[in-house]
Design a protein around this ligand. Structure first.
Ligand SMILES: Cc1cc2nc3c(=O)[nH]c(=O)nc-3n(C[C@H](O)[C@H](O)[C@H](O)COP(=O)(O)OP(=O)(O)OC[C@H]3O[C@@H](n4cnc5c(N)ncnc54)[C@H](O)[C@@H]3O)c2cc1C
Length: 253
């Protein structure tokens, strides 16, 4: 974490090293970083707002209409942007994007506001935030059943949900009622960097996926890179995420 703080600082991101954690965190954690400029977004509202802007700009959005095969599509450019959900569309991508499930709960409102910003711990195996109405949203514990959670099946499991509830109890020293439980799928790659660019051997077919759990921010950036390249202005950053790096490895191994 110290190395992370130094790297962020060197790249001029605001970061504070917390030698002494707030009392509520001290039971479970030894130290932390604070990112003063960070925040959280509501993913469903984010998607709806983006869809609104896209539609206003002339995009046609077709819901509830899965593409069964790329042969169905008649377009000079096709972008595969299905992250962990796209299994079966492009076999070579299935080899290098692993569907990964994340389970979440939200509690009934807690008695007081204990957390004023989103928290992220154990390399993303725990994450939580308290909403303004004091409900606690807590996700993670994938590592308690790692092999079962490499899946594209949405759904919650007793084992992971129990671990999440125990983590909440340890954190807030209470056992709040759970209001809702759910899960979602993202796509993980072997080097945990996204795949963004042309798919070799498939003319006009692009990919922007494999964000390894960080696509709300990276997905937006990846979309801009692909859009610029399709419009004929290839950004140099695209080379960093070229799918070739993992496709070649997968063919060799
Ligand atoms: C529990 C959880 C917590 C997360 N936390 C964070 C976080 O804190 N920060 C962060 O940055 N990211 C986070 N993520 C990851 C983030 O949600 C994803 O990386 C992001 O949603 C990827 O966006 P996307 O638009 O590329 O793909 P998705 O949002 O996965 O959308 C892909 C779409 O493709 C559609 N699709 C699939 N196959 C087909 C087909 N054949 N035909 C037509 N449509 C198809 C799917 O229905 C879906 O709507 C989290 C994910 C989960 C599940």
């Amino acid at each position: 974490m110290r190395a992370e703080a130094e790297a962020l600082d060197a790249d001029e991101f605001e970061v504070e090293w917390l030698e002494v954690l707030p009392p509520i965190l001290q039971r479970r954690f030894a130290g932390g970083l604070r990112h003063p400029g960070d925040g959280a977004l509501h993913p469903a509202r984010w998607v709806r707002r983006l869809a609104h802007h896209a539609a206003a700009a002339g995009a046609e959005i077709r819901e509830h209409s899965a593409v069964g095969s790329l042969d169905e599509l008649d377009a000079p450019h096709v972008v595969i942007a299905t992250d962990g959900y796209g299994q079966g569309l492009v076999p070579e991508l299935d080899e290098i994007i692993r569907p990964t499930r994340g389970q979440v709960v939200v509690t009934e409102p807690l008695g007081e506001l204990l957390f004023t910003c989103p928290h992220y711990a154990r390399r993303g195996y725990d994450y939580w935030q308290q909403l303004p109405d004091r409900r606690l949203v807590y996700g993670g514990k994938r590592d308690s059943a790692l092999e079962n959670e490499w899946t594209a099946e949405e759904g919650v499991t007793e084992a992971v949900q129990r671990q999440i509830e125990e983590a909440i109890e340890e954190l807030v020293v209470a056992r709040p009622s759970i209001a809702q439980r759910w899960s979602g799928i993202w796509g993980t790659t072997a080097d945990e960097l996204p795949l963004v660019g042309r798919i070799p051997g498939r003319d006009g077919t692009w990919v922007a996926a494999g964000y390894s759990g960080h696509g709300n921010v990276l997905g937006f950036a990846a979309g801009e890179l692909v859009a610029a390249a399709i419009a004929g202005d290839e950004p140099p950053e695209l080379a960093l995420f070229d799918p070739k790096r993992l496709l070649e490895r997968s063919l060799q191994g």
